[in-house]
Design a protein around this ligand. Structure first.
Ligand code: DQA
Length: 174
């Protein structure tokens, strides 16, 4: 039985939030971000699991585990890996659950190299530039997407339950 619904991934250098350039990233620490997420998750009635690493391989292995640990969706701030890690892109592409990319800063308005996300093709969408709210909005967007998918799945299953008994003659009936 999984003990969480959504996985929150924080990439390289993000354990330093609160001690990094405050003009860009504000003063919230990673703990502040996680507790704000837990607060919103509680209101939404979903459970979260958190993972932060500065090691690309460790992050990739955590993503692999998400295949089998009940994860129903992912919010990821990949930090600088966003802009160059094809390993991370490949790992995210293995997942079939929705992934939402988030960034504290407005990456599209910063240095040229930050304007491109190599992980974007593995993500449903991205939210950037709203500080801690990027994470909160990302979580809400993810939940909405997961619920919509589940509803479509239920409808498809209902539509595939076959004809009602008696509508088609049973060829094996005696
Ligand atoms: C970041 C943006 C990245 O370009 C940068 O390398 C980070 C943080 C953000 O949250 O704004 O480490 O992902």
């Amino acid at each position: 039985m999984p003990n969480h619904d959504y996985l929150i991934l924080h990439g390289i250098n993000l354990n330093m939030f609160g001690r990094r350039d405050a003009r860009i990233y504000g003063t919230a620490t990673l703990e502040d971000i996680n507790s704000a997420l837990l607060n919103v998750a509680g209101q939404m009635g979903v459970r979260l699991d958190f993972f932060q690493s500065n090691l690309e391989g460790a992050m990739v292995e955590r993503i692999h585990r998400a295949l089998d640990d009940g994860t129903r969706g992912v919010v990821i701030n990949a930090g600088a890996w966003t802009h160059y890690s094809y390993g991370l892109l490949d790992a995210l592409n293995i997942l079939s659950v929705p992934v939402v990319e988030v960034h504290m800063s407005h990456v599209g308005a910063r240095e040229e190299f930050r304007r491109h996300s190599v992980i974007a093709p593995a993500c449903c969408g991205s939210i950037a530039g709203f500080g801690v709210n990027s994470y909160l909005l990302g979580l809400m967007a993810l939940d909405q997407m997961v619920q919509e998918r589940a509803q479509r799945q239920r409808r498809a299953e209902e539509a595939c339950t076959g004809p009602l008994p008696g509508m088609i003659p049973d060829p094996f009936a005696g």
